[in-house]
Structure formats: C-alpha cells, structure tokens
Design a protein around this ligand. Structure first.
Ligand code: ADP
Ligand code: TYD
Length: 209
C-alpha cells in the first residue's frame, strides 16, 4: 500500500489557516484524494471536550495545565486519528501541531522549548509532519483582521503575547528549513491557495520515492 503523508499548517491567529484549508480540502475532494483533517485543539470527541476547556475565556487555566491539555488532546488524536490514517496511506493535514505548542506555550508563555519537546516525545512518539506550511503574516495584520471578531481565551491575550508567538514561528522556520515552508500569507486568498496546492501536490506525488 502507498505510504501516507503527514503535513501540518501553522501560523499566528488570523493568518488564514482555516481559509486556506477550506480551499485545499475542496480541491482534494474534486481530485478524489482521501484526506484526514485534524484540527487542534479539537479533532476528536475527547479533543473537542479539551478544546472547550482551553478556549473558554471564563476558564482560569494556568500555563502548565494549558500545556498538558494541548498535549493530552494531541496524544488522543495521534492514536485515534492520525496513525490509523497514515497507515491506510491517506493524506493527513493537521491544522496546528507541536510547532503551535512550541510557539504559544514554549516561547510566549515562557515554559521552555525543552519541556515542550519532552512532552512531544511522550504524546506523539515519533509521529511528525514531513511538511509544515507556515502562513506568515505580521501580528499587526492579524490584529486588524481579527479586530471585529469575538475572541477566545488565547486570542484575548495582549499584543506582546502575539508578538512573541510570531517571533517563535520565525525562529522555528529559520531552524527547520527542510520541513517548514514559509508562505507569504499577506497576499490574496487565491494566490496563496494556488501556491499551497502546488507544494502539497509535489510532496504527495513524491511520497513513495
Ligand atoms: P486562522 O484560521 O489562521 O485563524 P482565518 O482563515 O480564520 O485564520 O482568517 C482570519 C480572517 O482573515 C478571516 O476574517 C478571513 O476571512 C481573513 N483572511 C483570510 N485569508 C486572508 C487573506 N489572504 N487576505 C485577507 N484576509 C484574509
Ligand atoms: P485555533 O482553533 O487554531 O485558532 P485560530 O483558528 O484562531 O488560529 O487554535 C485556538 C488557539 O489555541 C490559538 O490561539 C492557538 C492556541 N494553541 C496553543 O496555544 N497551543 C497549541 O498547542 C495549539 C494547538 C493551539
């Protein structure tokens, strides 16, 4: 059986991940390519319960508990959703994965990259994306895109927090050029969608070689 392909999409809040995933999945359906879309937080029955705890602005979640909840969600999804789909040769697309935890909890919450990496080993046990699409927009563009939307617990953090998340993504992209492809997310939706399609198809067609 053909091998599956695991890819993730990352970026600060409002960078256009949901918008681009709608374009990508619509096109995959048209081309009859079987995929699993894994959204974190969320992505499974247990994940959706954890998502509610994490994102409700009324919940006073402390940073260490927050970190463990994101990983509890991921561990569940790896076992229940991601590994079976990859074993079945499918394309798995994760809307956020451990890079998000490195950026938000590791850097912006100052819990440290090494703690996040240790938990990643426990929760994911080697299940890694081979390709990560980093939708790059500046924090001020994100703030203006999201200014009229209702904000969840993480989105309600101040500008300094979101700037730290952005800094972390920039550093991750620089440190992992083989895996992370930076995509200029400040262009038009259609231009970005065309770029993403060609990158994903190139990797999909190469997956057995
Ligand atoms: P994310 O899932 O990364 O938080 P969304 O896809 O929800 O981001 O997009 C956040 C907001 O920005 C939405 O209002 C969306 O319509 C808008 N948006 C998405 N892509 C673009 C783009 N390329 N240019 C301008 N606005 C965009
Ligand atoms: P998400 O639903 O992807 O929000 P958005 O579509 O606005 O990007 O994610 C919800 C929030 O959770 C988002 O602010 C990023 C945050 N998050 C972390 O802090 N750590 C993590 O490990 C993940 C997966 C998400």
């Amino acid at each position: 059986m053909a091998k599956g392909l695991f890819l993730s999409i990352e970026g600060i809040d409002g960078s256009g991940k949901s918008t681009q995933l709608a374009h990508l999945t619509k096109r995959l359906e048209r081309e009859s390519i079987s995929y699993l879309l894994n959204c974190e937080p969320g992505g499974s029955q247990v994940g959706n319960l954890i998502r509610k705890i994490l994102l409700d602005p009324e919940n006073p979640v402390f940073p260490t508990a927050e970190l463990l909840l994101y990983f509890a969600n991921r561990a569940q999804n790896v076992d229940e959703q991601i590994c079976p789909a990859l074993e079945a040769g499918r394309l798995v697309i994760s809307d956020r994965y451990t890079d998000s935890t490195l950026a938000y909890q590791g850097h912006a919450r100052s819990l440290g990259q090494s703690l996040v990496n240790q938990l990643h080993q426990i929760a994911c046990r080697g299940t890694e994306p081979t390709l990560t699409l980093y939708l790059r927009i500046r924090p001020e563009v994100s703030a203006s895109r999201l200014s009229h939307q209702k904000k969840d617990r993480l989105e309600s953090e101040g500008a300094a927090f979101h700037h730290r998340v952005f800094e972390a993504y920039e550093a991750l992209a620089e440190a992992n050029p083989q895996r992370i492809v930076t995509i200029d997310g400040e262009r038009s939706e259609a231009v970005i969608a065309a770029d993403i399609w060609s990158i994903v198809m190139e990797r999909w067609n190469q997956r057995d070689s």
